[in-house]
Write a protein that binds this ligand. Structure first.
Ligand code: GDP
Length: 439
């Protein structure tokens, strides 16, 4: 996701490279390119203009510090603005009540039912007893689909195939939940191919009747500008609490993620990046901005790997990055986690510098074998101190790993690039402003 946008933003920052200072002229050119990059990524024009105006004002008001280049300073300003644009702070879903009720809305095909399964699994993992409710009275297949997902994640599904009244079904489901000790009820409603009056009236009635603690609007991010328009229509009628952006793993240009919050003034709470039940992420505006700017998202990567990584490991890696001590042992341990998680390209994009380096590369499950073989041929000392790896040692690694010197050199280069990005992040986090959260 965001590959194109990242590349274009990177190009925009390059126009500032080698410039000794920030001036009105070079900022204007850069800002224009940033605006074009955003619009090309399907960001609403008005939003793109507002953001870039702010970026320009910010940039003009800054002195370039000795420790950062104009390009780095601009990256930081854009990072701050993108984070604000996407809502600033992460917003949690509100689960309150006996039982707590979560209502899902959205068009057919948006990924609503899939998300219902993912959310149920997510809440269940927190130790709460969940009930899924199939409230689509038009498509019998929708009930079956939810049942299959429910079975997959081990959550009971409530349905009344003969009943055509969604208000009744949801009320009955809540009653059922009370009697059966279910703490959270997730209601999957009917979707239509396009917004229509009957559908809106129906979901409005359901909402009024059951008074959910959270109403979520699910939208397919690949629909670009339409996603924003649909969100607006639903919000006008439903006044929902949050947005779920799906299919961010596809060739979505990401514009919806960037403009929805500004247009409907409701936070994005979850993003969905695949059909697997595990492919659900909480939405953190700051981390998303880091990803867009090619800074990687080590924190989300570590969290995704929770089955293998614990909090201590997340802290340890963070510490090492902060102290510029990230070495080949850490690299190898991250690769090993990644391999267990699927959707490799998306995950690799979370490692600083790697997304860009691997942008055009097809990644399959064997992609890491040569890299692992090379790292495993290193002595412990070499892994900890990569600068020891001179020409003759590299030749030895190539031989030992069954690769060639070119591959070894490539890995060294990639690794050095990664460390560079990390050093830049560290440097930036030491300058004033909101970059501290990044470390
Ligand atoms: P609904 O009609 O809104 O309930 O949508 P579904 O949940 O049935 O999803 C429509 C299609 O999109 C299905 O084929 C899903 O497998 C697929 N889908 C849902 N979420 C995602 C996602 O995050 N990424 C991808 N690639 N596909 C998804």
């Amino acid at each position: 996701m965001f590959d194109n946008l990242s590349t274009k933003l990177d190009r925009a920052f390059k126009t500032l490279k080698g410039q000794g200072s920030i001036t009105e002229i070079n900022v204007a050119a850069t800002v224009k390119e940033i605006r074009r990059a955003l619009v090309d990524a399907d960001v609403n024009y008005k939003v793109a203009k507002e953001v870039t105006d702010k970026i320009k004002d910010e940039a003009m008001g800054r002195d370039v510090l000795i420790s950062v280049s104009p390009g780095q300073l601009m990256t930081k300003i854009v990072y701050d603005e993108l984070t604000q644009l996407m809502g600033g702070e992460k917003q949690d879903i509100v689960i309150k009540g006996e039982p707590a009720v979560v209502l899902l809305s959205g068009l057919q095909g948006s990924g609503k039912t899939t998300f219902a399964g993912k959310l149920a699994s997510h809440i269940k993992k927190q130790g709460r007893n969940v009930l899924l409710v199939a409230c689509d009275v038009y498509r019998p297949a929708a009930i079956d689909q939810l049942k299959v997902l429910g079975e997959q994640v081990g959550v009971e599904v409530y349905s009344e195939p003969e009943n055509k009244n969604p208000v009744q079904i949801s009320q009955n489901a809540i009653e059922f939940a009370r009697k059966n000790n279910k703490k959270v009820v997730i209601i999957d409603t009917a979707g239509r191919l396009a917004v229509d009056e009957q559908m809106m009236a129906e979901i409005e009635q359901v909402k009024r009747a059951i008074n959910p603690s959270e109403t979520l609007f699910v939208v397919d991010s690949m629909t670009g500008q339409d996603a924003v328009n649909t969100a607006k229509t639903f919000n006008d009628r439903l006044n929902f609490d949050g947005v779920v952006l799906t299919k961010l793993d596809g060739d979505s240009r990401g514009g919806a993620a960037l403009s929805i919050r500004a247009v409907v003034e409701k936070p994005i709470k979850f993003i969905s990046t695949g059909e697997k039940m595990e492919a659900l992420d909480l939405f953190y505006p700051d981390r998303m901005a880091q990803r867009i700017l090619g800074m990687g998202d080590v924190i989300s990567l570590v969290e995704r790997a929770q089955q293998q990584f614990d909090e201590e490991e997340a802290k340890r890696i963070n510490q090492k990055i902060r102290k510029n001590q990230f070495n080949f042992d850490d690299f190898l341990s991250q690769l090993e986690q990644i391999k267990k998680m699927g959707n490799l390209k998306d995950l690799v994009g979370m490692i600083p510098g790697m997304g860009k380096a691997l942008k055009d590369v097809e990644i399959d499950d064997d992609a890491f074998k040569p890299i692992e073989a090379i790292i495993k041929s290193m002595t412990p000392k070499e892994r900890a101190q990569p600068e020891l790896l001179n020409g003759s040692r590299r030749r030895r690694l190539a031989k030992g790993s069954g690769t060639d010197i070119q591959q070894v050199n490539n890995l060294m280069k990639q690794f050095e690039d990664m460390r560079k990005v990390m050093r830049t992040m560290n440097k930036m986090s030491q300058t004033k402003g909101g970059m501290q959260q990044m470390a």
